[in-house]
Design a protein around this ligand. Structure first.
Ligand SMILES: O=C(O)CCC(=O)C(=O)O
Ligand SMILES: [Fe+2]
Length: 207
C-alpha cells in the first residue's frame, strides 16, 4: 500500500505531534487491511507464536501479568502481505515526520499484541531507563465493532493533569511522543488486538 508522504492523514498526525504531542485518528486504515491484519494476528496466536510480554530489557526482563498481561509477536518485513502493507504505510509516516519535524527517526519496531479479557498494562512510559531511542509510539487497533462498554481504552496522561481515553476501535490509530506521555491499557471484557510500533532514533553513543 503506497501513501504519499503529503497525504492529509499523515500531515494531521504531524500537526498533532508538533502541537499537543499526541494524535488520535479514528478512521486511519481501510477495513479490509484492518481485518487482514487482525487475521494475521489471530493466525500467529493460533500457531503459538505470541508470547507473554515482559517488562524491562535484556537480562532484566520480567513477566508480570498484573503489570502487563498481553501476548506479543514481532512483525518483521516479509512475514505476511498485510504486514508489509502496514510497514510501507509506516515508512511514509516516518519520512513525513522526519521531513516536517526533523525527528531523525531511523527505524520502526513493531509487534502484534493480544490482551485476553481482563488483561491490562499498568501506567508506564515507552522508554527504557538505559535506552532513549524510542521516540514516537504508534498503536493501530484491530478490533471489529468495539463497544464503549467493553473497556480496553488506552488512557493517556496529559501534562495538564487530565487524561484522554482512546477506544481500541478497529482501524483507528493512536500516536504520541514516547517520552512525554505516561499511559496505560485498561482491562476489557473481550479480547483486544493491536499492532504497536515505536519509531526509534539511533541510541545516543555512551561516549
Ligand atoms: O495497546 C495500547 O493501547 C498501548 C500498548 C502499550 O502501551 C505498549 O505496548 O507499550
Ligand atoms: Fe506503552
Amino acid at each position: 500500500m503506497h501513501i504519499s508522504p503529503d497525504h492529509p492523514l499523515l500531515l494531521r498526525i504531524v500537526d498533532d505531534l508538533a502541537g499537543p504531542g499526541w494524535s488520535e485518528q479514528s478512521i486511519f486504515l481501510p477495513a479490509e487491511l484492518t481485518e487482514a491484519l487482525a487475521e494475521a494476528c489471530r493466525a500467529r496466536a493460533a500457531a503459538g507464536e505470541l508470547t507473554p510480554a515482559a517488562i524491562g530489557r535484556g537480562d532484566r526482563q520480567l513477566v508480570q501479568e498484573g503489570v502487563r498481561g498481553d501476548y506479543t509477536a514481532w512483525l518483521e518485513p516479509g512475514q505476511c502481505a498485510p504486514g508489509d502493507a502496514w510497514l510501507a504505510l509506516m515508512e511514509s509516516l516516518r519520512q513525513t515526520l522526519n521531513r516536517e519535524l526533523f525527528l531523525g527517526l531511523e527505524e520502526l519496531e513493531c509487534h502484534f499484541a493480544l490482551y485476553p479479557p481482563g488483561a491490562c498494562y499498568q501506567r508506564h512510559l515507552d522508554r527504557f531507563r538505559d535506552d532513549d531511542s524510542r521516540t514516537v509510539t504508534v498503536v493501530l487497533y484491530l478490533n471489529e465493532a468495539w463497544q464503549p462498554d467493553e473497556g480496553g481504552e488506552l488512557r493517556l496522561y496529559l501534562p495538564n493533569g487530565r487524561v484522554h481515553d482512546v477506544m481500541p476501535q478497529g482501524g483507528s490509530l493512536a500516536c504520541f511522543m514516547s517520552a512525554d506521555f505516561p499511559h496505560e491499557v485498561l482491562p476489557a471484557t473481550r479480547e483486544r488486538l493491536s499492532l504497536t510500533g515505536w519509531f526509534r532514533r539511533r541510541a545516543d553513543s555512551p561516549l
